[in-house]
Design a protein. Structure first.
Lengths: 455, 165
């Protein structure tokens, strides 16, 4: 059994309520921080912990905090990014729905560290019932004296509110989220200035993922050094992984970073192997944006080492043979899944979610979707595969925010690792027009038709 | 705008600094839409602009950007199926076909009695509980044909709560 930090108390009956959460030791980090530490002490502990942003980018949280502009004297804000929308990711929702006070406790302690007196939790609009859970939990915390003026008699004031989006993936990008919180369209801003200098209402702002903030109470209660002892190298602590697709036990798991992919995938404590008796075909380890891995690169890296659930091991080999830990959205495919169809589906998603500001993304994502649709529907042309490659390479790096990259990577990786499947679609359109074709005829059985002839 | 709704709107506005009332726009639009058959007319949007002290165009540009705001009348019970890849691996597409056939509508259409509408939407963040859909403020997960039948019957019997107020 690995150590649990976030989900340790998740099964305590009534942990959703303030009374039970408090009885189980909740809000002690607020007491400790406000009464016996300075804000800089808290930042220092988070730095020592090596905690990295859990939203996907993996940027060290303590360092991000240290960038916040304190000199200007403007009000500062902490905004929690609960706009979880990356396909494959549903971990934050689990945390907020079942142990909402952990996030609120983390928000208070973290806001104190940043010197923020007005903080927000930005939750996606579809999670409306979770919005209500958080609203009620905030009211409970306020009634118990953890929010408002002069908290615990220390002179520290904090107003915390929950704000809802309305169905836009792009608002998970921190500057788009800030725009949306200001009541505008979710168009990402050009950086610099970074939010740490000019964020919400042009005030210094830090935006952190739910899971990142939820880890702060444990770090304050114990120590940054204790947190850093968990995990391997620069991948410290625990991570929530949300598993979906063709696995026996889909759901949210807290793992110690450094667990092997093999154990996570196959042990009964975690995913318990495949849901069907079919072979594993591919894995997207960190949400739809990260490169897909073919079966032979899932459990071992290209140079034969065990693939581990860490930021470093999952990206071993770069994009040629690796992927990314990303948001921890672990999507498993068996051999009935069609990679072309999956790639088309993701491209449709990015096309739908592109905010339309930058031409390469607005036009490119639509073009990717169209070309992939025609290949998937038996109307592809021989040159389409190279066309896809060319389009994705021209989106990547040419947009204001990373949505363009996120739309490019899955296409590039699918072609890199599954090119033969694309060729099969183009060359045997009659055979792929039936939607269930891979259920009846897994690709392995027809691979010889497109395999390169060796003389 | 009923008194209850106005109280709620004023409460939401109080969550932001006095000179930043515009920030309340998204939460307020949600409330107004929920209270008016789940869609926003021009008149309602103008009213919201008036309440927040902003220009009508500032409301329109936001309402047209976010997919959760409906700008025309829609079915009372909108079955919004998540159709992104992870859900498709678990059979969403077949279930959508089944639902459409059962209700006699295509995707994006409303039944003649105005009760039902079927839509495909992008990732709802419930990938591990697929196939699933959103119905009002809530998620219906681990769906099967039997569960769809039951949901349709419950909607017809007025047993479904759409909003948590």
């Amino acid at each position: 059994m690995s150590q649990k930090i976030l989900l340790d108390k998740i099964n305590v009956p009534g942990i959703k309520t303030y009374e039970v959460y408090r009885r189980e030791g909740g809000y002690t980090s607020v007491e400790k921080a406000l009464k016996s530490m300075t804000p800089d002490d808290v930042v220092e502990e988070v730095k020592k912990s090596g905690l990295r942003g859990r939203g996907g980018a993996g940027f060290p949280a303590g360092m991000k905090w240290s960038f916040i502009d304190k000199k200007s004297g403007k009000p500062r804000h902490l905004v929690c990014n609960a706009d979880e929308s990356e396909p494959g990711t549903f971990k934050d929702r689990y945390l907020m729905e079942f142990i909402p006070h952990l996030l609120i406790e983390g928000m208070i302690t973290s806001s104190f560290a940043l010197g923020a007196n007005r903080s927000y939790i930005y939750i996606r609009g579809e999670y409306m019932w979770v919005f209500k859970i958080l609203e009620r939990a905030i009211a409970e915390a306020k009634a118990a004296g953890w929010l408002g003026k002069n908290i615990l008699g220390t002179g520290y004031d904090l107003e915390l509110h929950v704000h809802c989006g309305a169905g836009a993936y792009i608002c998970g990008e921190e500057t788009a989220l800030i725009e949306s919180l200001e009541g505008k369209r979710g168009n990402p801003r050009i950086k610099p200035p970074f939010p740490a200098v000019s964020g919400l209402w042009a005030n210094p702002t830090v935006v952190n993922n739910v899971e990142t903030i939820a880890a702060v109470p444990w770090i304050v209660n114990n120590s940054g050094d204790d947190y850093a002892k968990i995990g391997i190298g620069r991948s410290t602590g625990t991570k929530l992984i949300s598993a979906s697709g063709n696995v026996k036990n889909p759901g949210v798991y807290e793992i110690e970073l450094g667990l092997s992919v093999d154990e996570f995938m196959n042990s009964d404590e975690y995913l318990g192997g495949m849901s069907t008796n079919r072979p594993l075909k591919a894995l997207v380890p960190g949400g739809s944006s990260v490169p897909i891995l073919p079966a032979d690169l899932i459990f071992k890296t290209a140079n034969g080492e065990d693939r581990l659930m860490t930021y470093e091991s999952l990206s071993d080999g770069g994009f040629a043979t690796g992927s990314m830990l990303g948001s921890g959205g672990f999507i498993v495919y068996d051999d009935t899944a069609c990679i072309v169809r999956n790639t088309w589906n993701f491209s449709r998603f990015y096309h739908h979610e592109s905010c339309g500001q930058c031409t390469p993304c607005r036009e490119g994502t639509g073009w990717l979707e169209k070309v992939l649709w025609r290949i998937e529907n038996g109307l592809g042309r021989e040159e389409d595969i190279d066309l896809l490659w060319s389009i994705q390479s021209k989106i990547e790096g040419n947009t204001i925010c990373p949505l363009g990259d996120a739309a490019s990577w899955p296409v590039a990786a699918a072609i890199r690792h599954f090119r033969e499947e694309f060729e099969y679609h183009v060359r045997f359109p009659e055979r792929i027009k039936n939607r269930d074709h891979f259920v009846a005829e897994p690709f392995e059985k027809v691979r010889h038709l497109v395999a390169k002839q060796t003389v | 705008m009923t008194e209850t709704l106005m109280n709620r709107i004023n409460e939401l506005i109080s969550h932001y600094p006095e000179d930043k009332k515009k920030s309340a726009l998204l939460p307020v639009l949600h409330e107004v839409q929920d209270a008016h058959d789940n869609w926003l007319s021009i008149e309602l949007m103008d009213k919201v602009a008036d309440i927040l002290g902003i220009l009508p165009i500032e409301v329109y540009e936001v309402a047209t950007f976010y997919t959760m705001f409906n700008l025309k009348p829609i079915g009372k019970y909108m079955f919004e199926f998540c159709q992104t890849s992870c859900c498709c691996l678990r059979g969403t597409e077949d279930l959508m076909d089944y639902t459409c056939e059962k209700l006699g509508v295509g995707i994006g259409e409303t039944t003649p009695d105005g009760l039902f509408e079927v839509r495909g939407v992008e990732c709802l963040g419930a990938c591990g509980y697929a196939p699933m859909m959103q119905l009002g403020d809530f998620y219906k997960e681990h769906l099967t044909r039997e569960k769809i039948d039951q949901l349709i019957a419950d909607c017809r019997d007025n047993k479904i709560i759409l909003h948590d107020k």
